[in-house]
Design a protein. Structure first.
Length: 267
């Protein structure tokens, strides 16, 4: 029980830190993906400049409330599920990747509604609570199937490869934070590149106005393809990968640091 508490505290702290660092780039990414789904693709620089010109600096903090709450809950769940799966599954690279996939699918239950509120707030320029008040409960889970794929693929590659490298290089020893930063940044960038098409389709589903007809994953994928072919599925990948490096690196550095500090207090 004490181990689970350590995972929860460390996961919550890491989630809050990495969300604050990465949210401005996430705002740009969501707008680019929504533009691509409408057949009006924009570059990263053009979209960021337009946001700054039309909405001011606050555009880059739009919708940050739901991700902050989501980050604390989701990171706690992700790390607890991952740690439990690692204890139950074989101590191999396969066990690490399978644990990551299971943890990702588990966290999708939390991230889908929070992502919907965040994306609606970013696209519509509304406050998340205003979006929530005007949204039927069932609508909050639009894009859930695609989000499970997204989270499963991401966490499989991110935590799976990080844990495999960590175990092979350091065994049971606590790795130095510079090594944590390097490995987590690389695994995070790779994971984000692998799951990005799923993220784009999910965004295209969740960016639809609440009163408009529901858009299936297939419909969203077709709209993206018509708007720009295969490149449309990777629109905004540049700022997203930069954000992924910042977020995934800071997440695991904070997690390992807090976890180590709590372990020292326990001993």
């Amino acid at each position: 029980m004490r181990d689970a508490a350590v995972e929860i505290v460390a996961g919550s702290a890491s989630g809050l830190i990495c969300t604050l660092i990465g949210h401005p780039l996430d705002c740009v990414k969501v707008r680019q993906q929504a533009d691509a789904a409408r057949g009006r693709p924009t570059s990263t620089a053009a979209r960021a400049a337009r946001m700054l010109r039309e909405e001011g600096v606050q555009a880059f903090a739009r919708g940050v409330g739901p991700p902050l709450v989501n980050a604390a809950l989701m990171n706690s769940l992700m790390f607890v599920v991952f740690a439990e799966c690692r204890r139950m599954l074989p101590d191999t690279a396969f066990g690490a990747f399978a644990s990551g996939a299971i943890a990702g699918v588990a966290t999708a239950t939390l991230s889908t509604p929070f992502d919907y509120l965040k994306i609606q707030a970013q696209v519509r320029g509304s406050r998340p609570l205003a979006v929530l008040g005007a949204t039927r409960p069932g609508v909050l889970f639009r894009g859930h199937a695609m989000n499970m794929l997204r989270e499963g693929v991401f966490t499989c590659v991110y935590l799976g490869s990080y844990d495999a490298v960590r175990s092979a290089s350091f065994g049971e020893e606590r790795p130095p934070l510079p090594a944590v930063a390097a490995v987590s940044a690389a695994s995070g960038a790779l994971a984000w590149a692998c799951n990005y098409p799923f993220d784009t389709v999910k965004t295209a589903q969740q960016a639809v106005p609440p009163g408009a007809p529901r858009r299936s994953a297939v419909d969203a994928a077709r709209a993206l393809w018509r708007g720009g072919g295969a490149a449309a599925f990777f629109r905004g990948l540049g700022p997203s990968t930069t954000r992924a490096v910042l977020v995934t690196c800071s997440r695991l550095v904070a997690y390992e640091w807090v976890r180590g500090a709590l372990s020292n207090v326990k001993s």
